[in-house]
Write a protein that binds this ligand. Structure first.
Ligand SMILES: O=C(O)c1cc(=O)[nH]c(=O)n1[C@@H]1O[C@H](COP(=O)(O)O)[C@@H](O)[C@H]1O
Length: 342
């Protein structure tokens, strides 16, 4: 049973040898994803801009629902985000819907994000058995793949260890993973809440915590909540700096989780206390799904410095004008910074 008030890594140490079939990455080693993400969040704030090219949004932008429209929409978002957002999260399903031509657009989106210096999260929600998982890992996380992203979302419901090829390849290539834990949709509860106080969600969170401890020796992340006396006094940017300077080894791990901004009741019902959690927390639900910045801050009170809040439709509805998109990103970023760090 987890001690109340702290987040604990669960389970015994598992063997760290890579699963058979894990591909070997080529190319120069880059800084770990967690460190790169931390830096991007310090520079641009905790907003992740989702690229979700829904038919209705393309229509609202005056674009046809074609491959050309998909490309124009996506590259406009990349252009607007360059220098203004920490991360971009293209929703892979909406490219897959166009078949191979859509996936070619996604390749270009990932390449242009990289060239624009914006970290990418391929929202592919992949998960499968070992050898198949190794192929997914190659596709999203190896240096020479046309679909290589800085990180990818993963579904752990074939067992957390089935993700091993992706977890290990991400570590090897300086990339990251976000594992679904408590998703923002109401249906998620029927699986993720099973087990009550020893829930499936808690098992996943503990596995990710342990993965980061094992991989990066990140002992624990000092969070904003460690310095409550200073919270009210600082501007958002200074507050971010404080998160880093408060502890020298408070780097984020490169294995993150997905926890919706809509799940605050679930955290208390399931007795999950995130304080001390050591990975980034991708949190969809802000914006179009109804959570405002204060709600995000309320859910993640204990770990505000780890949170990367996603907004897709909430920002995208301001297009196609690039400066209007940028203003929306800036407004959301400032609102989130104030709520999470202020
Ligand atoms: O992994 C995700 O990003 C994700 C997990 C989750 O629990 N809920 C969730 O909405 N998402 C994704 O986040 C995006 C949310 O979009 P908006 O609701 O338009 O901001 C979509 O691409 C979803 O697929």
């Amino acid at each position: 049973m987890a001690e109340q008030g702290t987040f604990r890594a669960g389970g015994d140490a598992a063997a760290s040898s890579p699963a058979p079939g894990v591909p070997v990455a080529s190319g120069a080693r880059r800084a770990p994803f967690g460190a790169r993400l931390r830096e991007a969040m310090l520079t641009h704030g905790p907003l992740c801009v989702g690229i979700d090219p829904h038919p209705a949004l393309l229509d609202a932008w005056g674009l046809p629902y074609t491959v050309a429209g998909l490309e124009k929409f996506s590259l406009t978002v990349v252009e607007a985000a360059a220098g203004h957002a920490a991360t971009l999260k293209p929703q892979v399903a909406l490219y897959e819907a166009f078949g191979s031509a859509g996936m070619a657009v996604l390749e270009r989106v990932l390449k242009e994000s990289r060239e624009a210096g914006v970290l990418s999260i391929a929202d592919a929600k992949r998960g499968d058995i070992g050898s198949t998982m190794a192929a997914y890992a190659t596709a999203w996380l190896s240096d020479d793949s046309p679909l290589a992203a800085d990180s990818v979302t993963l579904s752990p419901y074939l067992g957390f260890e089935s993700l091993r090829p992706a977890l290990d390849l991400a570590q090897e290539t300086g990339r990251g993973t976000f594992v679904l834990a408590l998703t923002s949709n109401p249906e998620g509860a029927s699986v993720q809440h099973v087990g009550g106080h020893e829930s499936v969600a808690k098992t996943i969170l503990n596995a990710v915590q342990y993965e980061n401890l094992r991989k990066t020796a990140v002992a624990s992340v000092n969070t904003v909540s460690d310095v409550p006396e200073n919270r009210a006094k600082r501007a958002p940017q200074e507050n971010c700096d404080q998160i880093v300077t408060k502890g020298k080894n408070n780097t984020l791990g490169s294995c993150g989780v997905v926890i919706g901004a809509t799940v605050s009741d679930a955290l208390s019902q399931l007795e999950i206390n995130l304080r001390g959690f050591n990975g980034p927390i991708l949190s969809p639900g802000y914006g179009a799904q109804g959570a405002d910045a204060n709600a995000v801050a309320g859910v993640f009170d204990q770990v505000s410095g780890n949170v990367l809040a996603n907004s897709s439709r909430g920002v995208l509805r301001y297009g196609p004008d690039v400066s209007a998109l940028r203003s929306a990103m800036q407004r959301s970023g400032e609102e989130l910074s104030a709520a999470l760090y202020g």
